[in-house]
Design a protein around this ligand. Structure first.
Ligand SMILES: Cc1cc2nc3c(=O)[nH]c(=O)nc-3n(C[C@H](O)[C@H](O)[C@H](O)COP(=O)(O)OP(=O)(O)OC[C@H]3O[C@@H](n4cnc5c(N)ncnc54)[C@H](O)[C@@H]3O)c2cc1C
Length: 425
């Protein structure tokens, strides 16, 4: 990574240095494009982990990050889902196992801070990436390119802007892309836990009337052999009440929610709290700009879809732009229309799916309860349906970009070039 100079010029400028922006900078640099990454390094996120599924695991492998992510994370081999709503139908517990679809694991769970640190290190190692540790104040778009303007007046010129600057994206606003936003009456509390009994690399998701309570395996530490992260959705009033409790009482309540399956609980470090909301955009690209990550989709953390979807945005964009001359407006516009079409389907499907499941839990309504219960019963009973659901969650085949197609750790074809042209061969 080169140091920042005045008036940098690059082919791609990535705005935002969160996990999505860092992955985008690496993906375009790997494809041989001169890339600027602009944005401040995000502050630590207390208690936050991300479960990254097989498609993301393959992408991390392509970016050269997988070994380090695996070393800091924990494999998730199965998801155990329990309807804990006391609904009318007797709903069976559901086990979604990686080995049912021929994989050793569904994915890997890693702390958000570790993931960002690993990707940042990799960006620093790449000579194609110039890192500018500052927020972008404004943009100018024209027929030939774009300029990102920093608060101190420095101008970063690029053929194309990849906006990964999060939910309040300045790039999106300047490009005039409309957003639709909504809120849920919920907060997610996040924390890391030590517990008495082993998790056996299984994530357990209790579907309660306030939203999911999800335990995800974490790696052992020398002084703590059994650890998990928790994402717990609840009403704002319950979150206030729980945060005001003495730790010991909260730990006891968590053990109770988890039916003592993992035994006694101890909270490690700080507890995070995040208001739940949703967001969709009117389009995912315009002119010389494309949106990735939370600039173009937000939904509650149910089924661990958010960053997995963001990494698909990045891999898909890299795919769509692969053989495009960025200086040619017609070629670019065709590629962006394709990107918009792909993202509309993938993002729309996840956003509506998560919204439906969340609302079906928090709004008790018998017909909806029955439908949710019936889908559990069908999945528990029908192997092909269950396997299709597992595959769609971890390796969605209809929208799988090339960088996510090759299974991790399969050797590259001997002598295959690593440059931009080589990727497309
Ligand atoms: C409780 C919780 C649990 C979750 N669990 C999972 C999970 O298990 N699996 C999963 O896949 N997803 C999960 N997610 C979703 C996932 O964490 C997010 O989708 C992801 O972190 C978003 O990353 P991002 O880089 O797109 O956005 P951000 O992390 O918001 O990054 C945006 C970056 O842009 C920067 N920025 C802002 N303005 C500017 C500017 N003007 N100029 C330059 N830079 C700017 C910001 O400083 C920030 O660093 C979870 C989310 C929550 C809330």
């Amino acid at each position: 990574m080169t140091a920042a100079h005045e008036n940098i010029r690059s082919e791609i400028l990535v705005a935002g240095a969160g996990a999505t922006g860092l992955a985008a900078a690496l993906a375009f640099a790997r494809a041989g494009l001169k890339t600027t990454l602009a944005g401040r390094i995000p502050p630590p996120l207390p208690g936050r982990t991300v479960a990254l599924f097989e498609s993301s695991v393959r992408f991390l492998d392509a970016l050269g990050a997988l070994e380090r992510v695996r070393a800091r994370g924990c494999a998730v081999e199965a998801i155990h889902m329990i309807d804990d709503t006391d609904q009318f139908l007797p709903v069976p517990e559901l086990n979604l196992r990686a080995r049912e679809i021929g994989l050793p694991a569904l994915g890997v769970n890693v702390s958000n801070d570790d993931l960002v640190a690993i990707l940042l290190d990799l960006c620093r190692d790449r000579s194609e990436i110039a890192f500018v540790d500052a927020d972008i104040a404004d943009y100018e778009f024209n027929g030939d390119g774009a300029v990102a303007i920093l608060a101190d007046g420095r101008r970063l010129q690029a053929d194309f802007i990849v906006a990964a600057d999060g939910r309040n994206s300045r790039a999106r606003a300047v490009a005039g892309i409309d957003v639709k936003e909504w809120t849920y009456p919920q907060i997610a509390l996040t924390m890391m836990l030590r517990h008495e009994f082993p998790h056996e690399n299984v994530s357990t998701e209790y579907h309660t009337r306030s939203g999911p309570f999800t335990l995800v395996p974490l790696p052992a530490r020398e002084d703590a052999p059994n650890r998990s992260s928790l994402v717990w959705l609840m009403s704002v009033a319950d979150a206030r009440r729980r945060l005001a409790k003495p730790r010991e009482e909260l730990e006891y309540e968590i053990e109770d929610f988890a039916k003592s399956e993992l035994g006694a609980m101890r909270i490690e470090g700080d507890i995070g709290q995040f208001r739940m909301g949703g967001m969709q955009v009117s389009k995912h690209a315009a002119g010389r700009l494309a949106l990735v990550g939370e600039t173009c989709h937000i939904f509650p953390p149910i089924g661990a879809q958010g960053l997995n979807l963001s990494l698909r945005d990045v891999a898909d964009l890299e795919d769509c732009l692969a053989s495009v001359d960025l200086k040619n407006p017609r070629e670019l516009s065709r590629a962006l229309a394709r990107y918009d079409r792909h993202r509309r389907g993938d993002i729309g499907f996840r956003t509506h799916g998560v919204d439906l499941l969340n609302r079906s839990l928090i709004i008790p309504y018998l017909p909806v309860d029955l439908l949710r219960g019936a889908s559990f019963i069908a999945m528990a009973a029908l192997g092909p349906l269950r396997r299709a659901v597992i595959r769609e969650g971890v390796l969605p085949h209809l929208v799988l970009p090339r960088l996510m197609r090759r299974p991790a750790h399969k050797p590259e074809v001997a002598g295959a070039p690593h440059g931009r042209a080589g990727l497309r061969s």
